[in-house]
Design a protein around this ligand. Structure first.
Ligand SMILES: [Zn+2]
Length: 387
């Protein structure tokens, strides 16, 4: 068996009501905590129970609620400065992937005094960071269990800090926090989580490992069984629980067997046209799967019965037929979830496609993991098919 490494968040707490018991982790967080979130969650009342519980345990809390989608470098730096100014002893990130990503870097820079420009890339952040607890309010990014933080820098370019140092100490998974997510956010973030599992399972990374593949299958089983119910019936706590757990498992999978061309081609859509990350992935997903099928068709056929148990595939069904059905079902799922399915529907014109293809080529850290090599012409052809 090939050697591999597997890193994940040390502690997990799953269950309804766990966020309002954050003070269970008072010993870890210390006396002064910076809570990183966004104004929408403050207004929705999701932050207050956490703050009250911390205060009841004698912990001083400052709230940084300036996080916006696709967080800019200036926001990340402001959060880190705030943590340093208040001499924070711990950082909490509460929100979608953006808030969690900002909290990771605030804890890193404030704890280590490192410079953000020295931390970009894989393994360059050294730490130590401040104690860190992450509480996701969407079921998609899996950021609570990934060593990755994505920041938008000049000219809408996305850059990543990737290092086990920014894995949090504890992830708190409270499905009650996701009950109020609008249907379109539930759909897009849920498909993103499915992409994490699919790309982890088929990753060409040398660290693609049996743990990640087992987690990816369990993640896809949970996500596909619950995504439509969570979209149609947002207050269904069982469906929300399945989505939150599935997205975390997919996060553990791809944190150690990294994602590939779907994400590489999604970033130029999100960066330049401000399309949400999950929808960007959904738009190119079926087309990248079709492109990858000659190399990854066998793996897609292995996943098919877990993702679509009702497909009715007999033991005699040829692998390429199973793969083809799997890809068609994925495309159909996007439609059933009410997601846009064409690049032209999100403000992209045909003239934008060549530059998007050249931008996608910059995502080398992702493209190296793709089961089939992607040229700039291939990227253009995939965008053309998705247009
Ligand atoms: Zn993603």
């Amino acid at each position: 068996m090939a050697p591999f490494t597997f890193n994940t968040t040390a502690g997990l707490a799953f269950g309804a009501g766990t966020a309002a018991r954050i003070a269970d982790h008072a010993g870890l967080l210390g006396e002064r905590v910076l809570l990183v979130t966004d104004k929408g969650l403050v207004a929705a009342g999701l932050v207050e129970p956490v703050v009250q519980n911390l205060k009841s345990a004698g912990i001083a809390v400052e709230i940084f609620d300036d996080v916006a989608a696709d967080p800019a470098r200036s926001i990340v730096m402001a959060a880190a400065e705030r943590a340093s100014e208040m001499k924070a002893t711990g950082v909490i990130g509460l929100g979608g992937g953006s808030s969690l990503d900002v909290a990771k870097i605030a804890a890193l820079l404030s704890g280590s005094g490192e410079n953000l420009d020295d931390a970009w890339g894989v393994g360059n952040a050294k730490g130590p960071r401040l104690p860190l607890v992450l509480i996701p309010t969407t079921a998609g990014t899996g950021s609570e269990v990934t060593p990755i933080s994505i920041v938008t820098v000049e000219e809408d370019e996305k850059r990543g800090v990737v290092s086990p140092v920014i894995l949090p100490d504890v992830a708190i998974l409270d499905p009650e926090l996701t009950l109020g997510l609008p249907a379109h956010v539930t759909a897009a973030t849920g498909v993103d989580a499915m992409v994490h599992a699919i790309e982890a399972y088929t990753s060409k990374s040398a660290n693609n490992n049996p743990l990640s593949r087992a987690l990816a299958i369990e993640a896809l089983t949970l996500l596909s069984a619950n995504i439509e119910r969570a979209v149609e019936q947002g207050d269904d706590i069982d469906a929300r629980s399945g989505m939150l757990l599935g997205s975390m498992l997919a996060g553990q999978a791809f944190a150690n067997s990294p994602v590939a061309a779907v994400h590489a081609l999604a970033y130029p859509i999100g960066g330049r046209f401000h399309v949400p990350h999950g929808l960007s992935n959904a738009l190119v997903l079926p087309h990248v799967l079709r492109f990858n099928a000659p190399a990854a068709g066998g793996a897609y056929a292995e996943l098919a019965p877990h993702v679509f148990p009702s497909l009715g595939l007999g033991p005699a069904t040829a692998t390429q037929d199973i793969t083809a059905q799997f890809i068609e079902e994925i495309a159909d799922l996007n439609k059933r979830l009410g997601l846009q399915t064409k690049l032209r529907e999100v403000g992209i014109t045909e003239n934008d496609l060549p530059r998007m293809a050249s931008d996608a080529m910059k995502q080398t850290r992702l493209l190296v993991n793709n089961p089939r090599e992607v040229s700039e012409q291939d990227a253009f052809d995939i965008y053309r098919a998705a247009y």
